[in-house]
Design a protein around this ligand. Structure first.
Ligand SMILES: Nc1ncnc2c1ncn2[C@@H]1O[C@H](COP(=O)(O)OP(=O)(O)OP(=O)(O)O)[C@@H](O)[C@H]1O
Length: 251
């Protein structure tokens, strides 16, 4: 099987505090991998190592190797701007820019030098369709994005990401602030998007991991305790701590 992301011996320190301990993980292309575990176990920190977002925090030190398509993203002279285009991120709280729906989606392509109006129209429509939002907004593309519902805003943020043609989508609790129906729409979208992208999603909701992901990685206190096919992990966890977590004994 084809690994999109390979993590070898990854350690991460926030100054003196070690937040990730010797993580080894293969993440397959065109699959959804869920990262689960109790608060503070390092899920978001791990997610941020995959597009080098942790570089933005002071005092962070990373050891080990993270390969994307076989290339070590922590090597010297690696193009971090290109990495952030290839590996996009969606956050817990939808964060559309305070501009129109159209301009939100066209933002990335414009930054990357696309000016032709017809081409931008095409990208906006394709991205909104891919994010299952087109039918809801096609008649009001030039209205403000902040007028959309929270669920629509989150799908708009996904459309904005898709517009720059990423390959890997990182999602940090993408439905945590949405109502159940809006959350379900985002889950459905994730299931469709995996045909074209590699998706890595943090969730505190183990039932969501079971519904949406193909693979699950269980983190505890900075360690990767167990990783495997979601169906197997939820029916036959190998480690007692995984079993305790997914059966709700702690978390
Ligand atoms: N910028 C930072 N500086 C210092 N410590 C940090 C920083 N970010 C996270 N930590 C610490 O690293 C550990 C892992 O945090 P992280 O946010 O990755 O966990 P998490 O599993 O995503 O938790 P949650 O589900 O609560 O978001 C925690 O102990 C946290 O306090």
């Amino acid at each position: 099987m084809n690994s999109k992301v390979s993590v070898h011996g990854l350690n991460l320190f926030y100054k003196g505090f070690q937040a990730l301990r010797d993580i080894n993980l293969e993440i397959l292309a065109n699959r959804v991998t869920a990262l689960i575990g109790p608060s503070g176990c390092g899920k978001s920190t791990f997610l941020r190592t995959l597009n080098r977002m942790n570089d933005l925090y002071e005092g962070v030190r990373v050891q080990g190797r993270v390969l994307i398509d076989g290339d070590d993203i922590y090597r010297e002279r690696y193009d971090v701007m290109a990495l952030r285009k290839k590996v996009g991120m969606v956050f817990q709280k939808p964060n559309p820019f305070p501009m129109s729906i159209y301009d939100n989606v066209a933002y990335g392509p414009r930054v990357h030098g696309i000016k032709n109006r017809r081409r931008l129209d095409e990208i906006v429509e394709t991205s909104l369709r891919a994010a299952s939002l087109w039918d809801e907004v096609s008649d009001r593309l030039h209205r403000g994005a902040t007028g959309l519902s929270a669920g629509q805003q989150q799908r708009l943020c996904i459309a904005r990401l898709l517009a720059v043609e990423p390959e890997v989508l990182l999602m940090d609790e993408p439905t945590a602030t949405l109502d159940p129906i809006a959350a379900l729409k985002v889950e459905e979208l994730i299931r469709v998007l995996k045909h074209d992208y590699t998706i890595i999603m943090v969730t505190r909701n183990t039932r969501q991991a079971a519904r949406v992901s193909d693979y699950t990685a269980f983190f505890l206190a900075g360690e990767l305790v167990e990783h495997g096919m979601t169906g197997d992990m939820f029916t036959m966890p190998k480690d007692r701590r995984t079993e305790d977590y997914i059966t709700g004994r702690f978390g």
